[in-house]
Design a binder for this molecule. Structure first.
Ligand SMILES: [Zn+2]
Ligand SMILES: [Zn+2]
Length: 300
């Protein structure tokens, strides 16, 4: 136990050093902080230039709430949890394997270091997107996970920053499940991870933006605003219980596994979920949800 605490502590101090470095060195290409701001400003500019819902304010409903979420989640929380968890998980996983006389290295199916760089990058991207697509399905299917995911679905008016409105438990769930396949494959380097990360952030911002785009024929490969808005629809299609269009970066999985649903132009559909009228509206109570939230007795 002490060992794990030590690892968590070390990864945190490592993270703060890294953070300082990232904020000071503007020329560092994989600078997460400025990368996020640049992508956000770009997608926001596109929203202003080519709005889908023309009446929607440039500072739409919950713009500042979501902007706060964006920095909180992406910058502070996501990376801290990611780094602490991955080092701890790695040590924990190795210990368990050690008991049965294996090491993590032996478990690796193959090492992407043996492959051409672009192929390693492509494999990393495909696997992480597919694992996250499955995780997203779980968030909708498992009731206690859905409680956390409701925060993301409480968005009533879409705009780029809605992308990063999510409960602090979400990265814990996503990164834990993502860790295992990534450890088994092995050999990915930080720069590859950064490229994939930025690409995912850009596509994710676009998915939530006030833009009526679907990228033409590429809609069968990449998730897009016209598709993702149906994921946020308040009214579920007939016969569907949990949700549709679970895609993060790729829409491909929804087309392959039959969970795609784009019946018509969803520009003006109502967003949210059943019962969102009583869902907390502020950051603190959303982050605490479902704790301390009064459960209203269903009316009959
Ligand atoms: Zn969802
Ligand atoms: Zn969304």
């Amino acid at each position: 136990m002490e060992k794990y605490l030590e690892i968590i502590k070390n990864s945190y101090s490592g993270y703060w050093n890294y953070l300082k470095y990232e904020l000071i060195d503007l020329n560092h290409w994989d600078n997460y902080f400025y990368g996020l701001i640049a992508i956000s400003l770009l997608v926001w500019a596109l929203e202003i230039l080519f709005p889908w819902r023309k009446h929607q304010s440039v500072f739409r409903k919950d713009f500042w709430l979501d902007t706060f979420y964006m920095f909180f989640n992406f910058f502070i929380l996501n990376l801290i949890i990611l780094i602490a968890l991955s080092n701890t998980a790695s040590a924990f996983f190795n210990d368990i394997l050690g008991v049965i006389g294996l090491s993590l290295h032996q478990l690796q199916l193959f090492d992407v270091d043996d492959l051409p760089r672009w192929l390693g990058l492509f494999i990393f991207f495909l696997i992480s997107d597919f694992v996250q697509w499955n995780t997203h399905r779980l968030l909708h299917r498992v009731p206690w996970l859905w409680n956390f995911h409701k925060v993301h679905h409480s968005v009533k008016e879409m705009g780029f920053a809605a992308h990063l409105r999510y409960h602090w438990m979400e990265p814990v769930v996503y990164k834990s499940l993502l860790y295992i396949p990534i450890a088994i494959i092995g050999g990915f380097d930080a720069q590859d991870v950064a490229i994939v990360y930025f690409f995912a952030i850009a596509i994710g911002h676009l998915n939530h933006a006030n833009l009526g785009w679907d990228y033409g024929i590429f809609k069968y490969v990449f998730n897009n605003p016209k598709m993702h808005i149906w994921h946020h629809a308040k009214k579920m299609p007939q016969g569907v219980r949990y949700g549709v269009n679970y895609g993060l970066t790729l829409s491909l999985w929804d087309y392959i596994f039959g969970t795609s649903h784009v019946p018509h132009d969803g520009r003006d559909i109502e967003l949210g979920f059943h019962g969102d009228e009583t869902f907390p509206k502020d950051f603190v109570r959303q982050e605490m949800y479902p704790a301390f939230s009064k459960r209203k007795a269903p009316k009959h």
